[in-house]
Ligand binder design. Structure first.
Ligand code: HEC
Length: 121
């Protein structure tokens, strides 16, 4: 009985997290390698390591952020000018301090590779 209850609790916890499957790591090449470093530094605090999201920001491993829905341009705009909350309940995103356009370009390459590796296209 006790085992059943703790299993049930574990399942509830999993289903409320943003991305409950194991993240498949893309084979990163070129700029995407630096993109991951910049992503981890500037974006992961809210969008999560591996893009799984946190309690401060949405996951990029979500079809809402697939290339056809959120263009690369929306990443520049969000990082450099901030973004109004409209898809979720996290509040607005402020412009990210200290990130450069060049870094965002590499971050986009990394996020796209991560999405593709996890079936988000
Ligand atoms: C302090 C937390 C925080 C950080 C750091 C952060 N974001 Fe966000 N981001 C958010 C929140 C909150 C949203 C709003 C989600 C919504 O409701 O639409 C968001 C939304 C976005 C969106 C979607 C914008 C749109 O047009 O819908 C993009 C793209 C994005 N962030 C990219 C980035 C990138 C790239 C970085 C790193 C350079 C970054 N974010 C760092 C919190 C953050």
């Amino acid at each position: 009985m006790r085992v059943l209850i703790s299993t049930a609790i574990a399942l509830v916890v999993l289903s409320t997290s943003a991305w409950s499957q194991e993240v498949r790591q893309p084979d990163l090449k070129g700029a995407a390698v630096f993109g991951k470093i910049a992503y981890d530094k500037f974006c992961a605090a809210c969008h999560g390591i591996n893009g799984v999201g946190t309690d401060k920001g949405p996951p990029f491993l979500h079809r809402v952020y697939a290339a056809g829905h959120h263009s690369d341009e929306s990443f520049y705009l969000a990082a450099l000018r901030g973004a109004r909350a409209h898809h979720w309940q996290f509040g607005d995103m402020k412009p990210v301090n200290g990130v450069t356009e060049k870094q965002v370009e590499m971050i986009v390459k990394y996020v796209r590779a991560l999405q593709l590796a996890n079936g988000i296209r």
